[in-house]
Design a protein around this ligand. Structure first.
Ligand SMILES: Nc1ncnc2c1ncn2[C@@H]1O[C@H](COP(=O)(O)OP(=O)(O)OP(=O)(O)O)[C@@H](O)[C@H]1O
Length: 426
């Protein structure tokens, strides 16, 4: 009986598979792509269509290489990539079950369970695509979604450098090298990973450049994400109070001016050429809260413009990207962006200079990192327990206010000792 049910299902599966193959219906991805291009008006000016040149299989997907017609607007397709992705994920009346999956079925009492599993897997799998242009249009179709969490470990560090891991793609780790690309704007709706990546950047900088990194943390979000860092010996300024932000920014600007003059006076073009080792990071989390204060924003813009040469790098995070929270001049001086999901295309355009962030899946840590080119990444995730473990050896117990006059020297924190700092877990 079981055998009969199983073999009937398999035979109808094989028949369905053969039907789809011979019928030439656009159940195959190449056919679907061609149809989507025609229906979306993405073809060339005279209606010329893209032409499939090659189809290469790789592990986990297929790459389709197309010749593109004259007048083809690649920006339009990049912006509307989701249309292509949605089209490829439209299901037919027949589920596109692989013949290979059917042939793997074992005829025992679990046969129905196995078939159900194959069909369920098929239903929840979503294809994702990547686009590339190099004279040809390359569309990589992946059979499965990107992994939705990458736990951070020490292998993400690159000791002695200013290059920090910012994301993971299918091809590997994506890094932001602050000495090369300098400042960074981070945007994203609440709850999708801004604080998490800021914490990871702080931890990475501390562990990679223990003696050379100077951190200025301006945490205006009202939460306590940065609180755990405030007693690190690398912290030069820390505030959660918007009214203190202006004084701190002005003091940083003064130091930046001095560093800049020293470097230029010594005949160097920038800090890298001067061989100086120290760098300053000004990290502002919720930048929108100081956006209305023109004196603060003048300093921010000045750091964005002149900080690169002096080794003063800005990391500017906001959940409300608008022309007010990210002024045009600041934006122009910060080409690197990391953007998590945003409410709409306008916000994506403001933060990223392109649409797309509004179409990201609702997965914490999923973002678009844009430097020279933009790519979808999953930011590595470090939890608070791991952060505590990593930074604890670098905590110093600072003198309390009343002791300051007595010039008490800061002491190094000891693991498990009486100086162990208490952390607030958020
Ligand atoms: N890269 C990631 N991988 C997996 N989970 C993540 C990642 N980043 C964040 N999360 C999860 O999402 C939660 C919210 O992240 P986070 O606090 O960074 O958001 P946020 O954008 O800063 O939000 P808010 O602005 O409200 O503080 C985290 O507590 C964590 O559980």
């Amino acid at each position: 009986m079981l055998f009969e049910i199983g073999s009937t299902i398999i035979m109808s599966g094989v028949a369905g598979y053969a039907y789809l193959k011979t019928n030439g219906s656009p159940s195959n991805d190449a056919g679907k792509i061609q149809k989507i291009f025609a229906n979306s008006g993405w073809n060339g000016r005279n209606g010329e269509t893209i032409r499939l040149q090659r189809k290469d299989k790789f592990k986990g997907g297929v790459e389709y290489v197309y010749q593109i017609p004259l007048g083809f607007d690649r920006k339009k397709i990049e912006a509307d990539k989701h249309i292509l992705e949605d089209g490829l994920n439209i299901r037919h009346k027949h589920l596109e079950v692989d013949l290979y999956d059917l042939l793997k079925i074992k005829f025992d009492k679990t046969v129905l369970k196995q078939i159900k599993k194959i069909l369920t897997n098929k239903k929840i799998k979503r294809k994702e695509i990547e686009l590339d242009f190099d004279g040809m249009l390359r569309i990589k179709v992946y059979n499965e979604c990107m992994q939705d969490q990458h736990d951070w470990d020490e292998s993400y560090l690159k000791k002695g450098t200013w290059s920090v891991s910012i994301g993971q793609t299918r091809q590997g780790v994506v890094r932001h090298d602050f000495d090369e690309h300098k400042h960074l704007i981070i945007a994203g709706a609440t709850g999708y990973g801004k604080s998490a990546i800021l914490k990871l950047i702080v931890v990475s900088l501390v562990l990679q450049q223990l003696d050379n990194v100077n951190l200025h943390l301006i945490d205006l979000k009202g939460g306590s994400a940065f609180q755990r860092f405030k007693d690190l010996k690398q912290i030069k300024n820390f505030t959660r109070d918007p009214s203190e932000a202006k004084d701190i920014l002005e003091a940083i600007q003064k130091d930046m001016n001095k560093a800049y003059t020293d470097i230029v006076d010594q005949g160097f073009e920038d800090i890298k050429e001067s061989g100086r080792k120290e760098r300053h990071f000004i990290i502002i989390d919720e930048a929108a809260d100081i956006a209305g204060d023109s004196s603060c924003m003048d300093v921010v813009t000045d750091i964005a413009r002149r900080g690169r040469g002096a080794g003063f790098y800005l990391i500017y995070a906001t959940q409300y990207p608008s022309s007010q929270s990210i002024p045009q001049q600041t934006k122009r001086n910060i080409p690197s962006r990391l953007c998590f999901v945003l409410d709409d295309a306008t916000a994506s355009n403001t933060a990223l200079g392109q649409t797309g962030a509004e179409e990201l899946p609702l997965i914490p840590g999923r973002g678009i990192y844009k430097n020279v080119k933009s790519q979808v990444v999953q930011t590595p995730y470090i939890n608070n327990k791991e952060i505590k473990k990593r930074i604890e050896p670098h905590i110093v117990i600072r003198p309390r206010k009343e002791e300051e006059g007595d010039k008490v020297e800061p002491r190094q924190g000891e693991k498990g000792g009486s100086n162990t700092f208490e952390f607030e877990e958020v």
